[in-house]
Ligand binder design. Structure first.
Ligand code: IFM
Length: 444
């Protein structure tokens, strides 16, 4: 096929070691659960666009159809989460029925040769847990560990790969700093209390998951990690204050989590550099959720960690106003591979793009970065696109569109977007060809 003259795109091969798929989370797609904190938030009318998570994508009833779609998109892997409130709707009262349901869903994935990666906490939690202070309560560690134990004992023979907590840094920032997530309680003390308890919970769950799987007879193959939201923080004008806020942000949004959850090191202010749960390695892979970069300027507001975030002037942005910056993925993977030397899973990467005009190029650019990284010897092993289908985008509601598949919420009809077709083809071929560029990518 003759090449279009003005295109910036070129054919490339994807590394065969890279497994492609997509990611979702329970409350964002399942529907039907009234015992989680986001149900209550929606009932209080707090979602920006006035929508509700009670039906969402009705995935609870339609998972078979959705797995069929994953197959059409040539998924090899799929990341999903288990809803804690379904399993333990009242403190200490565990239900088996939802576990039976999840087991059937996971079995269906396996029957279709799609390997699951299962998250135990993805922003939502039981109402009783939130009302006891959530992660700021030291008892949260025992509560979460107990829940993790139940789930892994039940599903551990089917699931080898686990994420304990999704984006603990975004969860804490959104709950206690910007306070846009329930229970909307701005407090920097709560941010750090929660951070300490989430770190402890991750470490405890990491140990239990390995123990349980080992007792089941799986000596190898178990992989446990955390999915951290990693951003690039750059400064526009270098000054003492802008550098200071950049460093404070790096420390409290990245380093505290990374050191705590990977090495067990509790740095100030959640500790004094010691290892209260033992020095060790508590992540078998480096889970990265990557979306964008921020330009950091100094702010006098301690609640916002002395930083004001701006968008780089002149850059392309998505529907959420986030800069599209594929090079950031390169910088992050390169940097943390050099520091932690753990295989990398891109546990989320995607774009809010209702018209689907930007998504195919976004996918192309980020996968191109990954193939460059792998060529340089950085082992990026997984790519989970966020998201399989449009879903409930937390405080923003249902109208934000992140899906490879478009969902009509009136009819629940699913339609694979053009970008989804592109993703499916490149996943099947394990490369981007000139024909795909011609068919799916814009001229410039
Ligand atoms: O939808 C969220 C997801 O739940 C966590 N990571 C970022 C996504 C897009 O905002």
């Amino acid at each position: 096929m003759p090449k279009r003259e003005s295109t910036r795109f070129e054919a490339f091969n994807l590394p065969h070691s890279l497994l492609l798929g997509s990611a979702t989370a329970s409350v964002q797609i399942e529907g039907g659960d009234i015992t989680n904190n986001w149900y209550r938030f929606c009932e209080q009318g707090k979602v920006k666009d006035g929508t509700h998570c009670i039906v969402a994508d009705d995935h609870w009833n339609r998972y078979e159809e959705d797995i069929e779609l994953m197959k059409q998109l040539n998924h090899k892997v799929y990341r999903m989460s288990i809803e804690w409130s379904r399993i333990e709707p009242e403190r200490g009262k565990y239900l088996e029925e939802p576990l039976i349901h999840y087991r059937a869903e996971i079995q269906k994935l396996l029957d279709n040769n799609i390997q699951p990666l299962v998250t135990l906490h993805h922003f939502s939690q039981p109402i009783w847990f939130e009302d006891m202070g959530g992660w700021t309560n030291p008892q949260s560690v025992a509560c979460f560990t107990c829940f993790a134990e139940k789930v892994v004992s039940y599903l551990g023979d089917l699931v080898a790969e686990w994420i304990t907590i999704n984006e603990p840094n975004v969860y804490l920032e959104s709950t206690y700093s910007s306070a846009i997530f329930p229970p909307e309680k701005p407090s920097i003390i709560h941010y750090f209390k929660g951070l300490r308890n989430m770190t402890a919970s991750h470490i405890e769950a990491y140990k239990r998951i390995h123990d349980i799987r080992e007792k089941m007879g799986f000596d190898t193959g178990t992989k446990v990690g955390v999915a951290l939201h990693i951003r690039v923080f750059d400064v526009q004008k270098v000054s003492f204050l802008s550098k200071l806020s950049q460093q404070l942000l790096e420390h409290s949004f990245h380093i505290l989590f990374l050191e705590g959850m990977i090495n067990g090191k509790f740095m100030f202010p959640i500790g004094f550099g010691g290892y209260p749960y033992g020095k060790g390695i508590y992540c078998d892979f480096f889970g990265v959720n990557y979306y964008s970069r921020d330009i950091v300027a100094f702010s006098w507001n301690p609640l916002r960690l002395f930083a004001e975030l701006q968008v780089n002037k002149g850059s392309e942005i998505n529907d959420m106003g986030w800069e599209i910056y594929p090079e950031g993925l390169y910088r992050i993977c390169r940097k943390y591979w050099d520091i932690y030397a753990k295989p990398i899973y891109i546990t989320e990467n995607g774009i809010c793009d209702a018209t689907d005009e930007q998504r195919a190029a976004f996918i192309y650019d980020h996968l191109k970065v990954i193939s460059r990284l792998v060529e340089e010897g950085v082992p990026v092993e997984r790519y989970y696109h966020w998201s399989l289908m449009d879903n409930f985008e937390w405080d923003e509601g249902l109208q934000r569109r992140f899906g490879l598949i478009e969902v009509n919420y009136e009819t629940q009809e699913r339609t694979i977007r053009r970008s989804g077709q592109f993703y499916g083809e490149l996943a099947r071929e394990c490369k981007v060809t000139d024909a795909m560029i011609e068919k799916f990518l814009p001229m410039s």
